[in-house]
Design a protein around this ligand. Sequence first.
Ligand code: PLP
Length: 284
Amino acid sequence: RIAYVNGRYQPHRAAAVHIEDRGYQFADGVYEVVPVQRGKLIDEDLHLDRLEFSLGELEIAAPMERRALKLVLREVLRRNGIDRGILYMQVTRGVAPRDHKFPVMARPALVITAKRLKPVPAKYLEEGVGVITLPDLRWKRCDIKTIALLPNVLGKQRAAEEGAYEAWQVDPDGNVTEGTSTNAWIVTKDRKIVTRPLGHEILPGVTRRALLELLQATDFTLEERSFTLDEALAAAEAFLTSSSVYLLPITRIDGRKVGNGKPGEFSKRLRQLYLDHAERQATA
Ligand code: PLP
């Protein structure tokens, strides 16, 4: 595998950044994960828009222009021969002697890696996955895709220890914010698709956005509003979205069945809607 590190293509296992990179010392950086299908980047511009937003909010300069970055992304994919997988890019504020204030001289540091992904296990699609729930311990700007992910790490670890796929985080009002690396959705018994509106409390998922746009052209009923954990427990269906798995049905929340405990019709149809969207880009 080959990694791109600040202008150089290096063998992945030997690729390294300096010990005083601010990403390492302060988690002072942002990242993106872009799905790759048939060697093509899916919803690339939406990811690059979000990267620019995250950088802007943290006042980190863009490491290069979008056009140049797109060329580098393709080169990383080519050198790694990725057909289906993900591309990871990370920008930190750069290398400087440790001091909380922004360094005057540092240049932003860019690392890009790519990896192949195995297809989503059939079991996840046939049986759905389980989520646990946890208080949302994250900071108040979850809309910025920063590499500061400790609560997410702890949540995902707890989920794994409890035999679940994901941890849904719940705000002090009892509303579900999102998973540790996925957006959260439910389908109510009266057939409405519900997902939390954008705000500082959740990441503006690209898969979420693409799915919302796809839904505009269908007769599904959509409600962008907060939903409580109790409402999710009483829902007909639940599912999650992200760039690496696209859409997975959720059939257990805290060990309790969602609906009849099987992946629901909506989850299956919406997954297919998204798959078709990705495939259209992959074969364009
Ligand atoms: N929410 C969080 C906290 C995430 O980390 C992610 C993705 O990594 C998502 C949601 C899903 O976003 P996307 O669909 O852009 O992958």
